[in-house]
Design a protein around this ligand. Structure first.
Ligand code: MGP
Length: 215
């Protein structure tokens, strides 16, 4: 029977010139000490400037793929409630543009929650942060594959939070995601969440698009 080398002997037998271990750079070391997220994300800001097209009003704020870098961005920028009316924040998986036209959104839709500004019941910043923590903390398990991103819109009477998913026909995933959002945001029966496809949103003629699901 062939004798097996113990790990120490195996190392001793390895010619040293084969052990080309390069030292990590300072940036790599700093990154290794941080907590990696399952997905890399991008933070976008939309400012409503009527002189520009909708797409030109979208700007990337920052990319992040660690917990620490998320807080670095989040704590550095204005909270959602401080934004001017007409503005939005978008947080989307890196590689997905926060627009209907992106291939990953084209067949998708959104869970939409409207918050009446006159109601003191809701703290928009807390709800938006909780939405982001659901996304980056992968609260949706395997249904999270369908998550594209989330949006907070600051508007006149109503502010809105939406979670965009990639397949408006995947009923099970949509409902699982919606229920999880409702539970984590502790909305209970205080507010209705509605799911609409982006294709319906684009052709809506009144203030609301067709509701495919309601929770
Ligand atoms: P909005 O910002 O989502 O809603 O879309 P708002 O401002 O509350 O208005 P309402 O229509 O819901 O009452 C406002 C407008 O922005 C849309 O009608 C489009 O003209 C444009 N827009 C919004 N989105 C998300 C997109 C997008 O993904 N692609 C393009 N091309 N335009 C968009």
């Amino acid at each position: 029977m062939m004798a097996m080398a113990t790990p120490a002997e195996a190392v001793a037998e390895t010619p040293t010139e084969d052990l080309q271990v390069s030292e990590p750079s300072t940036d790599e070391l700093a990154d290794l000490q941080k907590h990696q997220l399952q997905n890399p994300w991008k933070f976008w800001y939309f400012e409503n400037n009527k002189d520009r097209t909708w797409e030109d009003n979208l700007r990337v704020v920052s990319s992040f793929h660690t917990v620490e870098d998320f807080w670095g961005v989040y704590n550095h920028i204005k909270s959602a409630s401080e934004l001017k009316s007409g503005s939005s924040y978008f947080v989307f998986k890196d590689g997905i543009k926060p627009m209907w036209e992106d291939d990953k959104n084209r067949q998708g839709g959104r869970w939409l929650i409207n918050f009446d500004k006159r109601s003191a019941r809701f703290n928009l910043d807390t709800l938006w942060l909780e939405t982001l923590l659901c996304l980056i903390g992968e609260a949706f398990d395997e249904d999270g594959d369908d998550i594209c991103g989330a949006v907070v819109d600051i508007r006149g009477k109503m502010d809105k939070i939406a979670v965009w998913t990639g397949d408006s026909k995947n009923k099970d995933r949509i409902l699982n995601i919606g229920k999880k959002v409702k539970e984590r945001l502790q909305l209970n029966n205080q507010v209705q969440m509605t799911y609409e496809s982006h294709s319906d949103t684009q052709v809506k003629t009144s203030s609301a698009a067709k509701h495919i699901f309601t929770l």
